[in-house]
Design a binder for this molecule. Structure first.
Ligand SMILES: *[C@@H]1O[C@H](CO)[C@@H](O)[C@H](O)[C@H]1NC(C)=O
Ligand SMILES: *[C@@H]1O[C@H](CO)[C@@H](O)[C@H](O)[C@H]1NC(C)=O
Ligand SMILES: *[C@@H]1O[C@H](CO)[C@@H](O)[C@H](O)[C@H]1NC(C)=O
Ligand SMILES: *[C@@H]1O[C@H](CO)[C@@H](O)[C@H](O)[C@H]1NC(C)=O
Ligand SMILES: *[C@@H]1O[C@H](CO)[C@@H](O)[C@H](O)[C@H]1NC(C)=O
Ligand SMILES: *[C@@H]1O[C@H](CO)[C@@H](O)[C@H](O)[C@H]1NC(C)=O
Length: 584
């Protein structure tokens, strides 16, 4: 430990100790406790109880419940003295722990949450050493999701039950479905089974039918059912196996749009779509079988059994010859990009609710409405369940963007004495089964603003940031409680311009952005595969989670965000666009 800090520590500590008790041994012990050098004295003090040595008054949060000498000594013998002392010093500067400023507490809470995000940091004892807090005294982070649990729940919701039954999709959300008492009630179970067998409630669809594009629920159920035949080895089950587009000119949005086209073909030809190599997942973040696969980010488009079967068949000439297998090369790019939309559900696109405004007018009708409807369905299906990996990325992103705000918000509802007082964490069924099904907190209402510039000029007329902001202000006139913007853009220039709008609160990812006129491909290459995929993926999801939307429908990316809006219960949020799709 450096001398100056040691000195000031002693000063602070002895002041504190003097307040606690006038007895000399106590003073020593408090100092020793923090330096881990004076064990004997501590022993002496503890064993002989010089003065009124009460562990309960220790300024260390969480210590109030520690009343065994051995536990104390274990703490002291840690080699981590330097760190701990510094931590403590910061905290001891104020007279009393509960008088620490809100900012200090928020900062403590923020760093504790940061550590909790990190899987490798779950050891309770280590945690205690680092923060002087027991884990149980840490309030829940409202902006985190329990990724492990969610993935488990979703796995169950993505697999057929016995006898090929639909997964347990019911009107009971998430964990509520496994609420124990219901298991024992025969009649209830029967009724549930009835509800489930129809599969009417694909759990990834939120909002009522009026809040989504026509037939969204039914279409999602049917696509799922089509993609998950109950027996993949049935000789009548045929497959379309394809890689994702990988030509360098294809942006991420274009790759997804291309896959939407292939899904349409698969539905029309009654084939199960199986996606193979996904170049953007070809990085170290995607582990094991998920490397180079869509399943790194989202649940795979079909079951593992069907994937296995399809790959097996791919190796046999006969399966290609007798048409059981086709690949992307069997279809022209015109069929993939501009082929007709499946008619299985009639033509619901002909009566879409007009909710898009371009250049001051509501667009009730435009060309290619079928494609817009279909891409929305397909992208929603492909992204129906996040993997644990994606969920974790989103936790990290939300923490970076909203963590500080969340910490202050949570603190404002806690006792003034936190962390000394610890937390009273009730754990009853309603937390477990009902409240845990809520989405993670984000500051709402949130406006999603995607500004696409860069090298997109070849496809669409570029619009200045000012125009986007004009639309944002227009929204705010109608909804004055709206003041937060999720800004996604790859242009550094746009981020800088956002400073000119202090009446808005901007949130954005902290990533190096494009400067000047470098091409998208060069820029992405400079970020590396992992970041250049994860960062837009996370931004896409954040944008789709927003409450209001401003963007450029001329860009595929915005077009897909709009699709997520229209199948995510937000038709009535509307979409203000600075331009239109080039095919309209
Ligand atoms: C503290 O000591 C009391 C009495 O010995 C015991 O009942 C209690 O469980 C102890 N508390 C802790 C946290 O060890
Ligand atoms: C997680 O912890 C490990 C080991 O302590 C550290 O190397 C890593 O940087 C941490 N990651 C984050 C995101 O904090
Ligand atoms: C096509 O070939 C595969 C592989 O040999 C075989 O399993 C399948 O039954 C054949 N299908 C038809 C319709 O002949
Ligand atoms: C798909 O392409 C392969 C090879 O190019 C060919 O052998 C096969 O007959 C084609 N299948 C269909 C259904 O056209
Ligand atoms: C927007 O609308 C105005 C009048 O309503 C029209 O003059 C103008 O050409 C339109 N701009 C675009 C880009 O369509
Ligand atoms: C980029 O901008 C510079 C100067 O602004 C110009 O000289 C260069 O040709 C531009 N490059 C491309 C690829 O447009």
């Amino acid at each position: 430990m450096e001398a100056p800090s040691q000195k000031s520590l002693e000063k602070v500590v002895s002041q504190r100790a003097l307040q606690m008790s006038n007895s000399f041994p106590c003073q020593i012990c408090v100092v020793c406790f923090f330096c881990g050098v004076c064990l004997t004295s501590l022993f002496l003090a503890a064993l002989t109880s010089f003065g009124a040595f009460e562990f309960g008054v220790f300024p260390f949060a969480g210590f109030s419940t520690w009343n065994s000498t051995t536990q104390m000594i274990n703490m002291v013998t840690s080699e981590d003295c330097d760190y701990k002392a510094k931590e403590t010093e910061g905290r001891m500067n104020s007279q009393k722990i509960d008088e620490r400023s809100t900012d200090e507490k928020a900062s403590l809470l923020y760093s504790v949450w940061s550590a909790l995000l990190n899987e490798s940091m779950v050891q309770d004892s280590e945690f205690f050493q680092r923060f002087g807090l027991s884990k149980s005294s840490v309030p829940k982070a409202p902006h985190f999701e329990n990724c492990k649990l969610n993935t488990q729940v979703n796995k169950r919701l993505d697999a057929r039950g016995k006898n090929g039954r639909f997964p347990p999709w019911t009107i009971w959300k998430g964990l509520l479905d496994i609420y124990p008492p219901s298991e024992t009630d025969e009649q209830m179970r029967y009724l549930r089974q009835q509800a489930m067998s129809k599969g009417s409630y694909p759990p990834w669809i939120t909002g009522s039918d009026e809040d989504n594009y026509p037939f969204t629920r039914k279409v999602q159920r049917d696509i799922w059912s089509h993609q998950h035949p109950s027996n993949c080895r049935d000789p009548n089950v045929r497959f379309l196996v394809t890689d994702w587009e990988r030509l360098p000119g294809f942006g991420m949005g274009a790759q997804i749009a291309g896959m939407c086209g292939l899904l349409a073909i698969a539905i029309k030809e009654k084939r199960v779509l199986v996606t193979n190599y996904y170049n953007r997942a070809d990085h170290d973040g995607c582990k094991g079988p998920h490397r180079s696969s869509w399943s790194c980010y989202f649940f795979p488009e079909t079951s593992q059994e069907c994937r296995d079967r399809a790959f097996e068949l791919m190796g046999t000439k006969e399966a290609w010859a007798n048409g059981t297998i086709t690949g992307k090369d069997n279809y022209s790019s015109k069929e993939i990009w501009a082929g007709p939309t499946p008619r299985v559900w009639g033509n619901p696109w002909s009566y879409l609710q007009p909710t898009t405004e371009i250049n001051g007018s509501l667009i009730a009708y435009h060309r290619k409405m079928d494609r817009r409807w279909w891409r929305a369905q397909a992208v929603r299906y492909l992204m129906r369940f996040q993997t644990e990996y994606t969920c974790g990325l989103l936790n990290v992103e939300r923490h970076a963007a909203f963590g500080w705000e969340a910490a202050k918000m949570v603190l404002s509802g806690l006792s003034q004495k936190w962390p000394e007082d610890g937390m009273n964490k009730p754990r009853s069924d309603i937390e477990e089964f009902v409240w845990s099904n809520h989405k993670a907190w984000i500051p709402r209402p949130l406006l999603s603003l995607h500004v696409r510039m860069g090298d997109k000029a070849c496809e669409m007329k570029l619009v200045e940031f000012e125009e986007y902001m004009r639309l944002a202000d227009r929204l705010r006139q109608q909804f004055p409680h709206l003041n937060s913007i999720w800004l996604s853009t790859e242009m550094q220039e746009v981020i800088e311009k956002s400073n000119l709008y202090p009446h808005w609160k901007f949130y954005y990812t902290n990533v190096r952005r494009q400067v000047g006129n470098t091409t998208m491909a060069t820029y992405e290459a400079s970020l590396g595969r992992e970041i250049s995929t994860n960062y837009p993926m996370v931004n896409f999801w954040m944008a789709a989670e927003a409450d209001f939307f401003v963007g450029a429908l001329g860009s595929t990316w915005c077009y897909l965000i709009d699709g997520m809006r229209n199948t995510g219960g937000k038709v009535m949020a509307g979409y203000l666009s600075v331009n239109k799709d080039r095919f309209w």
